[in-house]
Design a protein around this ligand. Sequence first.
Ligand code: PBG
Length: 333
Amino acid sequence: MELTYRPRRLRRTSALRQMVRQFHLSPLDFIYPLFIHEGAESEPIEAMPGINRWNLDGLMKHVGVVWELGIRCIVLFPKIKDDLKSEDGIECCNEGGLIPRTIKHIKQEYPEMMIMTDVALDPYSSDGHDGIVNQAGLVLNDETVSILCRQAIVQARAGADLIGPSDMMDGRVGAIRKALDQEGFQDVGIISYTAKYSSAYYGPFREALDSAPRIGSTKKIPKDKSTYQMDPGNAREAITEAHLDQQEGADILMVKPGLAYLDIISQLRKQVNLPIAAYNVSGEYSMVKAAAQRGWIDEKSVVLETLLCFKRAGADLILTYHACDAAKWLLAD
Ligand code: PBG
């Protein structure tokens, strides 16, 4: 054949392929989620092989390992004891609570590690929702936002670098920005869960924190989060949310879940110039782990391919439970 252009020419050797590769992965792309609890021991999370609920000691050692691997940002999720949960989730504003105490410890030992937090009521809510549920079963927006502002301030005061509102209440980014500024935390950033979909992929996470909606109590509790998290059938709405978050002062936008929502990442990339993060959520992690354990897929290849594809879609940052393994594989290559 007389072909002028033969695309295979640039695929011939590994060196050549690497030279012309458009997107690359680095441990600096990762934000690593960590689960913590008050227990005396660290314990494995059954639905997420390789992931633990850390006690303080275990956590501090693990953060050291994470830093050594070149990862520069972690996000903390607390499992709160049942007796500290309430309808308004007010434990989230406790300055002596698990999250602020842990942030202070980490900052003492690893002052340069970036700490992201999650702002929402679900770990603290006896109803298992991100906001306050009234007697009629409605999740109250404005009342919830005022508690979230207090939660954000407590986290900032403890030393958090990036506040991550994951609650999907309307107007929360602007309200949190204002509250942080009023308290003198102008330099604390907001990484907003901009397009957070009402997704079944969060299952293992809710098991890890025992934070699933608690139906069956005397109150009428919505069985899922679809009155505040986005409908998977919507794409344009994600752009509306992105513009709102940008106007309200978000520093980084996030799309969640990641894998089934790569189109949303790519659309947001075209609409805004802020950095975009993708959340490779618990269900996505557990599916890979389960198949790899059965020998049905090659874990390393699947994970590195998946993470690279987030970059290709337009993500600058990736929240992923694979962060440590991926960083090890990248460093060894
Ligand atoms: C809480 C929150 C959730 C996740 C992150 N923050 C769960 C939810 O909204 O029910 C899920 C993360 C994951 O599945 O890995 N607001």
